[in-house]
Write a protein that binds this ligand. Structure first.
Ligand SMILES: *Cc1c(COP(=O)(O)O)cnc(C)c1O
Length: 494
């Protein structure tokens, strides 16, 4: 029997700001204050001060309660299903956290001598090799700090390589099913964007690429699987067309969660791609937390990789900065190291078989939802999908509600809403990515919730006034982003 966790309104506190709890002289720690010589020896006098201005003064229990209460307002992967399309909000094994917290990793500093950090360098070196193997790319850099940063790095390498050949060119082809960060990464590298319309099957048409490709086009940048959750079936033919005219093929690999152990971008004619370690390789993310966006390259772009590279020598691991064609450093030090530790641990735990199974399950789960939701909702392009499925708002409009209403009502049912109104080529899109870590029971609960909401639309106020169980109901999203009010205000007074 399926047992769904039902959302109800819990005990939420109207929590004052921590600054408002402050009381002069109250302290949240109890280590002895160093005095006299000890104090002078520990910290040079110039740096000493008696108080830190502007810091709240609170006792330890108040700090703990403050943040725990605030956390109860939140929704996370550890609370329930989080099918936010394109974000791969899978459950992250806690053992990865334990590994990332080992003192040998957290206690090191980038300025330590190379001989002291051989283990960390080995981990970076091996993780690069694992990602190269998984993707079929020749070499990988772990420097970029996020997916979009990886895209930027890849485009910078393309620009440098073309400049080396005599002309950096001016344009990049980007399909309408690409992720929104792709055009930005091109603009930051001074490229103009030429948008390609995908076919009614939701993929890029090689003939369209051939028509638009010319000797001023630096590259095509496509997301595969694309934001409709579909595999770009003509990828090899497209790569050939672009290569023939001296262009490069960039693949946004943030959706590798669908391909692990099944398909290698390196074998499809891709010259450069980024990974999102914080998605596919299981690091908690969201809310702007740290990420990692490694970039893999084919042989032709290898000389342009950021420096320093790590080399394995008979005497141990060393830095190699002597690479004249490199685009140079794109991040301080070596990137977000503990995210690499989590990804390394995840890959070692899973092994090749486990990674393939993860992708198989991610694809199976998305297709299960496509089939089960497809009988009452409208699937944008109803063909077998990869890791996510996109619905349009045809059925919702008939029922008198909007995509946003349904998304907000899902919160009342205990689910984080899917991605909404993206991709732009689908009317009122609802982009659902269940990931491999949801059980069939949870998927069934999600389907039930979706059907219930469609039923409830007969009395639209139930849906249009959602969410009801949360501390705060609907906010004006534009104003909330521009003029954030971070204090609790009574319901309705947003
Ligand atoms: C998430 C995502 C990105 C951006 O990655 P960030 O780490 O958020 O910068 C780019 N492309 C695709 C397809 C994505 O899903």
């Amino acid at each position: 029997m399926k047992r769904c966790a039902e959302a109800t309104s819990g005990l939420l506190f109207r929590e004052p700001l921590i600054f408002e709890r402050s009381s002069p002289g109250r302290e949240g720690y109890s280590v002895p204050t160093p005095t006299g010589r000890k104090r002078a020896a520990a910290i040079p006098g110039d740096y000493l001060r008696d108080s830190i201005p502007g810091m709240p003064e609170v006792a330890e229990p108040e700090v703990v309660r403050h943040f725990l209460r605030l956390s109860h307002w939140n929704f996370g992967v550890d609370v329930g299903m989080y099918p936010l399309g394109s974000c791969t909000m899978k459950y992250n094994p806690k053992v990865n956290e334990a590994v990332a917290r080992l003192g040998g990793f957290t206690g090191i500093h980038p300025y330590m001598p190379v001989a002291w950090v051989q283990g960390a360098l080995q981990l970076i070196y091996e993780l690069e090799r694992y990602l190269a193997e998984i993707s079929g790319m020749r070499a990988v850099t772990l420097q970029p700090a996020a997916g979009a940063h990886g895209e930027f790095t890849g485009m910078a390498m393309i620009r440098k390589a073309l400049t080396e050949r005599g002309n950096p060119r001016t344009k990049v082809l980007i399909p309408d099913t690409a992720h929104g960060t792709n055009p930005a990464s091109c603009r930051l590298n001074d490229y103009r964007i030429v948008q390609l319309r995908s076919t009614s099957e939701g993929v890029v048409d090689p003939e369209e690429v051939a028509r638009r490709m010319d000797d001023e086009t630096a590259a095509i940048m496509l997301t595969n699987p694309n934001t409709l959750g579909l595999f770009e079936t003509h990828i090899e033919e497209i790569a050939e067309i672009v290569h023939e005219q001296g262009g490069f093929v960039f693949c946004d690999g943030a959706n590798m969660n669908a391909l692990l152990g099944r398909a290698k971008p390196g074998a499809m004619g891709i010259d450069v791609m980024q990974f999102n370690l914080h998605k596919t390789f299981s690091t908690p993310h969201g809310g702007g937390g740290p990420g990692s966006g490694p970039v893999g390259v084919a042989e032709v772009l290898e000389p342009y990789l950021p420096t320093p590279r790590i080399q394995a020598t008979p005497d141990g691991f060393e830095f190699d900065s002597d690479r004249p064609l490199s685009i140079g450093r794109i991040k301080s030090f070596f990137g977000n190291f503990t995210i690499m530790v989590r990804a390394y641990a995840y890959i070692r735990e899973m092994g090749p078989e486990g990674l393939r199974q993860a992708s198989d399950m991610a694809v199976l789960n998305a297709n299960y939802l496509r089939k089960r939701l497809g009988d009452s909702f409208n699937v944008a392009v109803d063909v077998p999908c990869m890791h996510e499925v996109v619905l349009d708002d045809r059925v919702l409009t008939k029922a008198g509600i909007k995509t946003m209403d349904l998304a907000k009502r899902l919160i009342d049912k205990g689910f984080h809403p899917p991605t909404v109104y993206f991709p732009l080529c689908v009317s009122g899109a609802l982009m659902i990515e269940p990931t491999e870590t949801e059980s069939r029971e949870t998927l069934d609960c999600f389907v039930d919730a979706m059907h219930e909401i469609l039923d409830e639309a007969r009395k639209p106020e139930t849906v249009t006034s959602a969410p009801q169980v949360t501390g705060i109901s609907r906010v004006d999203e534009v104003r909330a982003a521009r003029q954030p009010v971070l204090k609790w205000s009574p319901r309705g007074a947003a």
